[in-house]
Design a binder for this molecule. Structure first.
Ligand SMILES: *Cc1c(COP(=O)(O)O)cnc(C)c1O
Ligand code: SF4
Length: 325
């Protein structure tokens, strides 16, 4: 396998690649007896993310996002398999519409890596055959939809041909004026984002284009993410970021401040700071609303208003994300 595109699916091989210089951070993030070598939600990490860990100022923060621990086995009241009510909102197999005149597409089940706090970690993901046709059929009968959000999994993990088919199917529907992509690949697999670049560059001629990256920690940003964001911005994309507030990863004001500033240096504005969705197996990442509000209050004193993300939670059945004030 090509070294750049390599992914790790086996934890021992991944730990060996990180090497002795990461041993202390690994012991910190997942002590030996806490590590879960065969987790139900599979382990997957890109070589690129491993390289980010190696050069991180806070490697244990990044490791906690990716290394499965036995904490995931805890059954905690209130933490459930479908925390955000995706299943009742599913209209077609891959279309989720919760909000007025806007729809979200679960484009693929594949991701560039598996985040341990994933809200869809227990979701009955299947790769959707012929997602373009399904979306097109659905849009045919929903001419009120003006924003289509490609989510997943990670939509940019579709092969270049499939991704193009999907976008072209959407473009056939003139009611859709905004195309939005939610992706973690500028962090996990910048090489894969670049595979789609020819198409990504053309899209702002057809839609208002918004890319919402998912970056949780300033050490996830480097010259490769900067290159990806720079090219998108130059092509006319609006760049926003959402993060999840995660205990042991970014639950302090200094980290959140640095994250906002580094995103801005790369041309990206902070959009949401999400309170954790209560999926089974993620309770150990929980930060209380009270602490979350304190953190926002603190970073508000350190940053211009446009670099302070909105603190929100998703509540199943609500008609929008719910601000935490
Ligand atoms: C989060 C979400 C959106 C987007 O909400 P915004 O507040 O516009 O970011 C749209 N559809 C679904 C199903 C969602 O879960
Ligand atoms: S990239 Fe998103 S969907 Fe994929 S594992 Fe991470 S949080 Fe879950």
């Amino acid at each position: 396998m090509d070294e750049v595109t390599k992914v790790f699916t086996q934890i021992p091989e991944f730990l060996e690649y990180l090497g002795p210089e990461c041993a202390a951070a690994i012991a910190n993030a997942a002590p030996n007896d806490e590590l879960d070598l065969s987790p139900k939600f599979p382990f997957l990490c890109s070589r690129r993310y491993a390289d980010l860990i190696k050069k991180a100022a806070e490697p244990e923060a990044l490791l906690r996002e990716i290394l499965p621990t036995r904490d995931e086995l805890a059954s905690v009241p209130g933490f459930v398999d479908d925390p955000v009510g995706d299943l009742p909102a599913g209209k077609a197999d891959c279309v989720i519409q919760k909000y007025d005149r806007r729809a979200l597409i679960v484009s693929t089940a594949t991701c560039g890596a598996r985040c341990r706090f994933c809200f869809r970690k227990n979701y009955p993901f299947q790769n959707i055959p012929d997602v373009a046709r399904q979306v097109s059929d659905w849009l045919d009968t929903h001419s009120d939809i003006w924003e289509v959000i490609l989510s997943g999994g990670d939509p940019l993990m579709l092969g270049p041909g499939e991704f193009r088919d999907l976008v072209e199917a959407i473009a056939m529907h003139s009611s859709v004026t905004t195309l939005r992509i939610h992706t973690r690949l500028p962090v996990m697999r910048p090489d894969v984002v670049m595979q789609h670049f020819e198409l990504l560059r053309e899209l702002p001629a057809r839609f208002e284009c918004v890319l919402v990256s998912h970056v949780d920690h300033p050490d996830e940003l480097d010259e490769q993410s900067q290159m990806v964001f720079g090219q998108l911005r130059f092509s006319g994309w609006t760049l926003l970021n959402q993060s999840v507030l995660l205990k042991g990863v970014n639950n302090n004001a200094g980290t959140l401040e640095k994250l906002s500033r580094r995103l801005f240096e790369q041309g990206v504005l902070p959009y949401y700071l999400h309170q954790l969705d209560h999926a089974n197996g993620v309770a150990h990442f929980e930060v209380s609303d009270e602490t979350a509000k304190e953190l926002i209050k603190e970073i508000r004193t350190r940053l211009p208003g446009y670099l302070v993300p909105k603190l929100v939670r998703e509540i199943a059945g609500e008609k929008s994300k719910t601000p935490i004030l």
